[in-house]
Write a protein that binds this ligand. Sequence first.
Ligand code: B3K
Ligand code: ZN
Length: 887
Amino acid sequence: MNQAFSTPAQQSPQTIHLKDYQPPAFLIEQVELDFVLEASATQVTSRLHLKRNPAYPDDKAALTLDGQQLKLLDIQLDGQPLPASDYTLTENHLTLPRPPAEFILQTKVEIDPENNTALEGLYLSSGNFCTQCEAEGFRRITYYLDRPDVLARFTTRIEADKQAFPILLSNGNPTEKGELDKGRHYVIWEDPFPKPCYLFALVGGDLHPVKDTYTTGSGKPIALEIWVEKENLHKCDHALESLKKAMQWDEATYGREYDLDIYMIVAVNDFNMGAMENKGLNIFNSACVLADSKSETDNAFHRVESVVAHEYFHNWSGNRVTCRDWFQLSLKEGFTVFRDQQFSADQHSPAVERIQHVGMLRTAQFAEDASPTAHPVRPDSYIEINNFYTLTVYEKGSEVVRMLSELLGPDTFRKGSDLYFERFDGQAVTVEDFVDCMAEVSGLDLSQFMRWYSQAGTPEVAAKGQYNAEQKTYTLTFTQHTPPTPGQKEKQPLLIPIKMGLVSRAGRPLPLEMKGVLYGTETVLQLTENEQSFTFHNLESEPLPSLLRGFSAPVKLHYNYNKDDLAFLLQQDSDGFNRWDAGQQLALSVLKGLVSAQQQGQDLELDPLLINTWKQLLEGEPEDPLMLAELLQLPSEAYIAEQYDCVDIDAIHIARDYARKTLATALYPEFLRLYQALKSDQPWSATAEQLAARRLKNTCLSFMVVTDAAEALQLAEQQFQQADNMTDQQAALTGLAHAENAEPGEKALKEFARQWAHDPLVMDTWFSIQVTRPHPDALDRVKTLLEHPAFSMKNPNKIRAVLGAFAGQNRHNFHRRDGAGYELLANAVMELNKTNPQIASRLVLPLTRFQKLDDYRKGKIKEQLERIQQEKLSPDLYEVISKALAG
Ligand code: B3K
Ligand code: ZN
C-alpha cells in the first residue's frame, strides 16, 4: 500500500506561513518528461532546464526539489552522472547543495500508480492511468519545484502498451506519435504555454472520444474532445454543449478566447473532487461530466454545465494568470466560482440561482466560519493545503468578488478584469494584484475592503428603523460586528455593501432621497463603521425596509420584522431573492416557535399564517414555477440550527417534521391539484419550462407523500414506474423510500437497483436516498450498505454517497444521542487515513462542528476525535483533528 503520509502521530507536522513567502531560488524554463507506463512500476525521466532566479537574494543557495514516494534510479547533471556526494535525498526532498547557475538536471524515478490509493499524482482508475497534481501532487511523479510560481514549458513523451492503453494524452498539442517493439507505442505532447506543474496532466487508457469543433470569435477553430469509457459515449452531449456555451460566454462577457488548438475533457471514476482544470486536458470526476436524461437528474445536468464552465473559465482565471503561492488560492477559485455563477445566472433564472447559492453559503459556509477550522478567504497559515479547498475559499471568496463587482458596477468591473488579465498574463500573482486592478480602474480606495480577505468569521449586521412622522424621515441605523475566530479575537469593521429599498405599506417601491440626492428606488448603502445611520427624506408614512437585496454581502442580517411584515414582503418585494428570503424568515420564526413549544413540553400547533401564506402561493396559475418551488421549501434543519447558540437537535427535527406534515395535510388538495396540473405526457426535454414544471411537480409530490396517504403513495409508485427520466424517477423513489410506511419504498428500491446495477453513478443516488431516510433505522441501513457489493471504500463518490450523505444530510440520525453515528464516521475516517488522507480529512468535518451542541453530544464527539488522534495521522487529518480538539 502507498504510504500516503510520513508524519508520526506524536510529531507535529510543519506549519507554513504566508508571511514567510520567498521567491524560488531557481526557475525552470523548460521540462522534458518521459513516461514509460506500467501499472506498478512506471518510470519517469525528467530533464529540468534550471537557472538561478535573479529575484532570489542568495546566489549561492542550494537547489531543493520536492519529491515524495519516488524511487530514484538515476541522476545526471548536464549529461554526467551526479556523484552521491553532490546531492542529498530525504523523504520529501532532493537537494543539490552547490549547483551551478544554469544547468540541466536529469532524474529517472520509479513510481507505483497501481497502489496509489491517495489519488494524488499518477494513479489508476478503472484500469486507466490519470493524474491529479493540484495542489502538490506533481512531487509524487518526479523531483520538481512543486510550487505555483515556477512556470515552465512542458514537453511530454508517453510510452505504453498499445492494446491496453491505446489513448495517451497530455497538455498542449500532439506533435509526434509512433509504434515501438513488443506492441508498444508512444505519443509526444507539447504545451507552448508556460505553466506551474499543478496544471500538468497525463492520461493513458482505453477511452473513446466524442468530438466537435468550436470557432472562436477571432475565427480560430478549436478541436473539442470528451474522452470516456465506451459505455458512456451516449452521456457526453450535454457536457459538450455546456463547453461551447461557456467558451462563447467567456468571449462575450470577459473578452477571453481559448488559446490552444485542442481542449480535452477526460472522465474518470475515482476522483477526490469534482474536476481539475489542467491546461488543455481537464480531468473530471465522471459525476461532473456524464449526463443522460434517463440516468441523470436535472440537478445533475446543472452540475455538469456549471463544473464544465468553471474548469473552462480557469483557463484564464487560474491558468493564464495563476497564483503566486497557495495562500492566494481564492484568487483563482473565488473569482472562477463568481464567473461560473454569473454564467449559470445567464443561462437560467438569476433569482433561483442566487437563492440556491446563498442557501448553501448560509448553512455550510457560515457553519465553517463558526467552527474550529474557520479561516479567512486568504488563510495566513496551513499545514496541509488540501484542507483549504473549502467553502470559505471558494464560496465566500466568490461573494467577495461579487461585492467588488457590485461596488464597481459591471462596466468598470470588466475594465478591471481586462486590466488584470492583460497585465498579469503568464504570471503568478496575488490577491492584491487583482484588487489593485479594480481600485485602479474605479478610483476607489479598496484598502478597507481588503479585510474581507484577511478576517475570518461571518459578520453580524443589526439594523433598526426609526420613522419621524413630523419630519417625514426614516433613519436606518446599522451596527456590525464579527465574532472571534481561532487566532483572531479582535475584528475591524468591514466595508459592507447593503443593497436596499423601501416599500410602502401599499406595496409600492418608494423613491430614496438622502441628503437632497435622489437614488431611484434601490441603492447600495456602504457600511464602513461599527455603527452608522442613513436618513431618508420625504416619506409620507412609515416604510418597510427591504435589506440586503440579492444577498449583497455574506453577512447575517438581523432586523426585527414581525410575521405580518414578512408575509407582506413575500408578496410585495420587487427583489426575487428578498421575496424568497422573507418567506424563509417567516417560516423560521414559526419553526422557532415550535422548537420552544417542543422544548417546554407543550402541544405543537402550526401558526395558521404560514398555512395561509402557502395556500395563497399554491392557488392560481403559478407565474414562475421554478421560483414557486423555492418558495415552497422549509428551511433545512441545518439552517434552523444556525439560528441558535445552543442547538437542540431533537427539538429541531421534531418541529420541522411536524411543520412539514401539518402543511402537507392542510394543503393536500392544493398540492394534489398542482401536481396533477403539472403532470405531462410530453417526452422529457431540457427546456426551462419542462424543467421548472418537473421541479414544482416533484416538490408537490414530496409534500403529498409525507402524509402517508394511500393515494399519494400510489401516485408516487405510478410516477416511479412510468417516468421516462431520472428526475421524475428519483423524486418518486425518494418520496417512497422516505415515507414512514417502509414497504412500498423497499419494493421500489429493489426494482431500482435491478434496473440500474450497471450504472455506478445511478447507484450512488440509490445509496444516498437510503442513508438520508429520516427514520430511526437510517444508521443500520448505512452499516448494511457499507457491506454492499456496489460500495467501495476506494471510490470517493461512493464514500460521499453513503457516509457523506448520512453525516451531512441526515442530521438527527447522525447526531443520535448514543453516539453511534459519530462512531461509525470515526471508524471510516480512521480507515481512510491510511489510504486516502484527503477524503479522510473531508469526511471528518461533521465531527468538528460541535460547538453549539449540548454537552452530552459534545462529549461523545470528543471521544471519537480523541480516538482518531491516537492513530498515526496524515498531515491532513492531524491539522483538522488538532484544530477541532483545541477549539
Ligand atoms: N482546482 C481544482 C481543485 C483541486 C483540489 C485539490 N485538492 C478544481 C477546481 O476548483 O476547479
Ligand atoms: Zn476551481
